[in-house]
Design a binder for this molecule. Structure first.
Ligand code: PNS
Length: 158
């Protein structure tokens, strides 16, 4: 079975993340969406909240599983028997960091990373921008799922 891994902070999941995960699910037999439990920055949403957002967004996909990990991604990938890591690439600015991680991850365990270009309409989208806009009461409709929009509005009441 071809097992793909889509890792990330997902703080919170955006429509850009979902586009990549859904496209990965159409190419691979099984997709593990793995949320990092110990991100470098203090997350806005707890691991449980981030997990619930992903579950609520992807419940229709039989071949998509939501999990979490701590520590090195490749250790988790190896333990789960993952064949490829799948990442979305937005602009050129993503490339520097992503290629570095992909090459290091390959060196560490031989696991390959496949890059999917994001759709045009999501190329400017990031979870950090979404958090910032929501925190100042800006409109985030259409860039995150409706239930995430509600959770953000609850977190940052006007
Ligand atoms: O959504 P993000 O924050 O861009 O996701 C980044 C993530 C979690 C995929 C990356 O930081 C990661 O793989 N962290 C786990 C620690 C690790 O393996 N570091 C070495 C990378 S070469």
């Amino acid at each position: 079975m071809t097992l793909a891994l889509c890792p990330g902070s997902f703080d919170p999941v955006t429509n850009g993340h979902l586009d990549i995960i859904e496209r990965a699910a159409s190419h691979f037999e099984h997709v593990i969406v793995a949320i990092i439990g110990n991100p470098s920055k203090e997350p806005l949403f707890t691991l449980e909240e981030r997990k619930t957002f992903l579950l609520d967004s992807l419940f229709e996909y039989d071949n998509v599983e939501i999990d979490s990990f701590n520590g090195l991604l490749v250790k988790y990938a190896k333990a789960r028997g993952v064949n490829v890591i799948v990442k979305g690439l937005r602009a050129v600015s993503d490339f520097d960091y992503e290629i570095q991680m992909a090459q290091m991850n390959h060196r560490l365990t031989g696991v390959d990373t496949f890059f999917l270009p994001t759709r045009n309409e999501y190329s400017y989208l990031s979870a950090s921008l979404v958090r910032e806009i929501a925190s100042f009461g800006g409109e985030i409709e259409g860039v995150v799922p409706g239930h995430v929009e509600l959770a953000l509005k609850k977190r940052f009441p006007l």
